[in-house]
Design a protein around this ligand. Structure first.
Ligand code: KIV
Ligand code: ZN
Length: 383
């Protein structure tokens, strides 16, 4: 059966850039936008044009240079926001306006001091107005994660009727459990009239560490777009991590889902964003962390040296990492020591290894990690 494609909507330059200290200037944003286009993302959310003159300029310039991806600008359900976004996107080959409003009772009551009916009307007017500028209009139901499903279905139906091509169902506060988020998507697919006319999009935040799991639950239940960021950066605990959802689809062929992402560019892209934003990637981050392909316990090292697949489910080359790393520590065994010594030109016999290993352990107990340059010293001392 042919695979179905899930669109990757990258919001590194919008939701990702909202993080304190991660502000980028226009030229840095252009470098990242170019890379995202090369990486194969389907949509680049370039910014929130009305928010500042700098963001407006960035969206204009990104619109000028992006070759393949759709370029998207965020707005509130406010006429002026929509006009400003439409202006910023004028030169984009494929422009999209992303407009919306909070739909949970909490947002309606406390943020808007309004009513459900009025919120539907404001959202619908915003979609219709955006539609006068561009064909491709995405509607977000902010805090959809905490919006009751029946009302959310009414909102979605009205937005499709008003012309929305994509319905974004954000778990804005990262509250949902994966089965709940999945059921929400299923409910919409089963209950919204004309749902086939729009793509459902997952936009999940990571407050409980569930953003990736929720997005995957969403696509398993029929959503066909994921909104995500490189390295999972974003408001508070971050957004769904692009590299994680892409590799989950690749590593699980039975999902029968794929993306247009060139996964070999993932590691470099992660570094580019991390360097540009001055936001280090945690070493144990899935896919792109420094330790994602590093093995340090003797049992694991022995297995990986015999056959990589014993302890690795992803070939590092597939995500642009040159090779798995065998880290020498006091937990390493003879196999790892022999492997690393061979890499720098010492082909040790079993007897030689037996002699060297106790010296290696003494050394390793003193240091956190034994480096290539330490190996000749250890050999010299013990042979
Ligand atoms: O998290 C969220 O709800 C958002 C919307 C503005 C799409 O980022
Ligand atoms: Zn968000």
């Amino acid at each position: 059966m042919a695979k179905e494609f899930v669109k990757i909507f990258d919001t590194t330059l919008r939701d990702g850039e909202q993080v304190p200290g991660c502000k980028l200037n226009t030229s840095q944003k252009l470098v990242i936008a170019k890379r995202l286009d090369k990486l194969g993302v389907d949509i680049i959310e370039a910014g929130f044009p009305v928010s500042s003159p700098g963001d407006f300029k960035s969206v204009v310039e990104i619109s000028n240079i992006v070759e393949n991806a759709t370029v998207c600008g965020l707005t509130r359900a406010v006429k002026n926001d929509i006009e400003v976004a439409a202006n910023a996107l004028k030169t984009a080959k494929r422009p999209r306006i992303h407009t919306g409003i909070g739909t949970s009772d909490s947002h309606i009551e406390h943020k808007f001091k309004s009513s459900r009916e009025k919120i539907i009307e404001i959202g619908s007017q915003a979609v219709k107005y955006a539609k006068t500028f561009v064909e491709d209009v995405e509607f977000y139901a902010e805090d959809a994660g905490r919006t009751d499903n029946e009302f959310l279905a009414r909102v979605c139906e009205k937005m499709i009727e008003s012309g929305a091509t994509v319905l974004n169902i954000p778990d804005t506060t990262g509250y949902c459990l994966p089965y709940e988020y999945g059921e929400k998507i299923k409910y919409l697919i089963e209950n919204v009239k004309n749902i086939h006319k729009a793509t459902i999009s997952c936009h999940c935040h990571n407050d409980l560490g569930l953003a990736t799991a929720n997005s995957i639950a969403g696509i398993i239940n029929g959503a066909r777009q994921i909104e995500c960021t490189i390295n999972g950066i974003g408001e508070r605990a971050g957004n769904t991590s692009l590299e994680e959802v892409v590799m989950i689809m690749r590593q699980h062929p039975n999902l029968n889902l794929d993306t247009n992402i060139n996964s070999k560019l993932l590691f470099d892209t992660s570094n580019l964003v991390s360097d540009g934003m001055g936001m280090p990637v945690q070493p144990n981050k899935a896919i792109v962390g420094a330790n994602a392909f590093a093995h340090s316990s003797g049992i694991h090292q022995d297995g990986v040296i015999k056959n990589r697949e014993t302890y690795e489910i992803i070939n590092p080359l597939d995500v642009g990492v040159n090779e798995s790393a065998i880290i020498l520590t006091a937990r390493s065994g003879r196999a790892a020591l022999a492997y690393r010594a061979k890499k720098i030109g010492y082909d040790l016999s079993k007897n030689e290894l037996d002699l060297i290993y106790p010296e290696f352990l003494k050394f390793a107990d003193m240091k956190k990690e034994v480096l290539d340059e330490d190996i000749p010293l250890i050999i010299k001392k013990s042979l």
